[in-house]
Design a protein around this ligand. Sequence first.
Ligand code: NCD
Length: 311
Amino acid sequence: MKRHLLSVDDLAVDDIETLFATATEMHDVQNRQVKKLPALRGRTVINLFFEDSTRTRSSFEIAGKWLSADTINIAGKGSSTSKGESLRDTVLTICAMGVDALVMRHAASGAAQQVSQWVDAAVINAGDGMHEHPTQALLDAYTLQGRLGPLEGRHIALVGDLTHSRVFRSNIKLLTKLGAQVTVVAPPTLMPSGLESWSKEAGFAASYDIDEVLPTVDAVMMLRVQKERMAGGFFPSPREYTVGYGLTRDRLAVLGENTPILHPGPMNRGLEIAPEAADAATSLILDQVSAGVAVRMSVLYHLLAGEENDS
Ligand code: NCD
């Protein structure tokens, strides 16, 4: 493992397998009455979030606590950056207190990478703008593998607002690394520019037609329409988005009773996913949340407890 986790590019297939094996052990801890391991006793983990978050921030906090680390949350809005302090001064100040890991979410793509060059702490990217969210991709693949077995050759569709999605970017990298066959689906206005050459290079497919793709998939991941990142009109109306690209009741029927449904959350119920699909027996959405704690425990453990770091 590298010293930081900034992108899925930092992970070799061996690293992913190691992280998943440890996550499985951590999942057992989650099911115990006393959820505590001493592995990171005396280590300090800071969650520094400049963008909103429910599950990512709280699951990193719980993960750190269950490993006995001291975890502290700092929200960008309440920090001195809102008084004009630069990101560099903020992170240097925090790290001067003696911090072992900095879990960071920021609206700027590349922010975590930049910070990793300024501080000694291990930096974990918990979402940088529209770029990457590696622990989300790890927990998604871990959840899928738990249901489908090895992902090699499995056909997985990622559907929705691809342009604004860091989850999609990290998932493409991770799923293709694991040998899955991936098709991404979006309306033309939410298909990122440059996708064609990326898809050729990385070996995944793209489609504008969800109804053509759904009957062929082993799993489908719906992605949130990220209204807060949209300046103009990316589709005529919410209704038309749902008709064209939502996982509606009719499309749920096409998926049948064996095709898992994922969504990283937060969901816009009724827009990209119908309540019947979100709550279906095949929905793994809450399994993803629960896997999120185990996978983040594993990531913190390998970055902080091991002697195996190679750079
Ligand atoms: C995602 C994110 O923040 O990138 N959510 C998450 O981490 N669970 C996806 C999103 O915001 O739609």
